[in-house]
Design a protein around this ligand. Structure first.
Ligand SMILES: [Zn+2]
Length: 391
């Protein structure tokens, strides 16, 4: 190869002036070539390093992945599913269909979750949430009293009229009662007044009638016998004596005041009256026997049968679509050390916890020393304390 003296004539490339050691002397072509090759190798190395770094950030390493959008999340979930699937994939189009179905299901689930007004969260102890605490010595018999008592075919009611008064002593004019004997716990009548006053002002109807409130043990004996005489499925509709929720004084059956009265109850929660079934939870009531839960409650659906449990329990039970049985069972998992916190739709937070009966005579139950609370038995195993966190 011929090394020319002129830098302009010695090959394809010329080093820039700055790289020349002696700017006035032409650099030999071999040196130029060596420098160019070195630069090329360095470039290749740099490129390789950058390429692998990009790969780590954007994909294959789980620890470094940063996924932001829902689409990317579901895509990641899909790829995970595919990578762990042990069975050969079925026809792609069908699989895609299934996946999109699943995605839309998940989306709608998320949407409905966002609509819910109540949230639950595990958090600090009751003492940390409610301040000073004190201890109450609760008699074991007290587990049978309070607005959260569970009365069903397994657990009988110990109240029998001592906690009720005729509704006529307290009621407003927005509804009717069958007769003066219809009685409820006074606080329940007051909550019912609020609901019916709102119903009347919204729909202009005042023909809802309370057909039955408290029912005594003796009355239940007659009712049950009568039902047994007329039906093979008496227990699906009428509770055995002692096991009727009506005996609690926290329950009422609604009817409509029609001139032509037939047998049974006309109120079915349809039309305008459906507002009561859909909004009763805001007044402390639940529709106690709902469709699809017959195996848990032991009763057929009864849209006319309302049970008072108080706030925020009524809202929680209704929002979750669960029964009182399931709710009480769930509360058993929350203690004063690790209570349930319910955030109500108005932002109020409630601290709720359960204390199991630990002695045949008395049980120590922690309650807040300086703020309001309610304590209720569950009717079979312990006590539930409910207190507002922010006052
Ligand atoms: Zn009833």
């Amino acid at each position: 190869m011929n090394n020319n003296n002129s830098p302009k004539k010695n090959g394809f490339f010329h080093l820039p002036e700055i790289m020349r050691i002696y700017p006035d002397k032409p650099v030999p072509f071999r040196t130029q070539l060596a420098v160019m090759c070195t630069m090329l190798i360095i470039s290749c190395l740099l490129f390789t390093v950058v390429f692998f770094q990009q790969k780590i950030v954007h994909g294959d390493s789980g620890a470094a992945v940063q996924i932001s959008t829902a689409d990317e999340r579901s895509a990641a979930a899909r790829s995970e599913e595919n990578s762990t699937a042990s069975v050969a994939p079925s026809e792609p189009s069908q699989k895609e269909k299934q996946e999109s179905k699943q995605e839309s299901k998940q989306e709608s689930k998320q949407e409905s979750k966002e609509e819910k007004v109540i949230e639950t969260e595990a958090s600090e102890s009751a003492g940390e949430l409610l301040g000073n605490m004190k201890t109450l010595d609760m008699d074991v018999a007290a587990i049978h009293a309070g607005e959260l008592i569970l009365v069903n075919k397994d657990y009988s009611c110990r109240y029998d009229g001592e906690n009720v008064e005729p509704m006529g002593n307290y009621k407003t004019d927005s509804y009717l009662v069958l007769d003066y004997d219809v009685a409820l716990a006074p606080d329940v009548t007051k909550a019912f007044n609020n609901m019916m006053d709102d119903f009347e002002s919204q729909f202009g109807e005042n023909d809802v009638m309370v057909a039955c409130g408290y029912r005594s043990y003796d009355m239940q004996v007659r009712l049950f016998k009568n039902e047994q005489d007329n039906s093979d499925e008496a227990e699906q509709w009428v509770a055995p004596p002692g096991y009727s929720e009506h005996q609690t004084g926290f329950v009422l059956d609604l009817d409509l005041n029609k001139l032509e009265k037939g047998n049974g109850i006309d109120f079915d929660g349809s039309g305008d009256y459906g507002w009561l079934n859909n909004n009763c939870q805001d007044y402390g009531f639940i529709v106690r026997y709902i469709a699809g839960k017959e195996d848990i409650t032991g009763y057929n659906e009864e849209p006319w049968h309302f049970r008072y449990v108080g706030l925020p329990h009524s809202r929680f039970i209704t929002e979750k679509g669960i029964t009182l049985e399931e709710y009480i069972d769930m509360l058993h998992g929350f203690t004063a050390d690790k209570p349930l916190v319910i955030t109500d739709s108005d932002g109020s937070r409630y601290c709720i916890y359960y204390t199991a009966v630990n002695d045949w005579n008395t049980t120590e139950v922690e309650v807040p020393a300086d703020r309001k609370y309610t304590i209720s038995g569950d009717n079979y195993s312990g006590f539930i304390v409910t207190a507002k966190i922010d006052e």
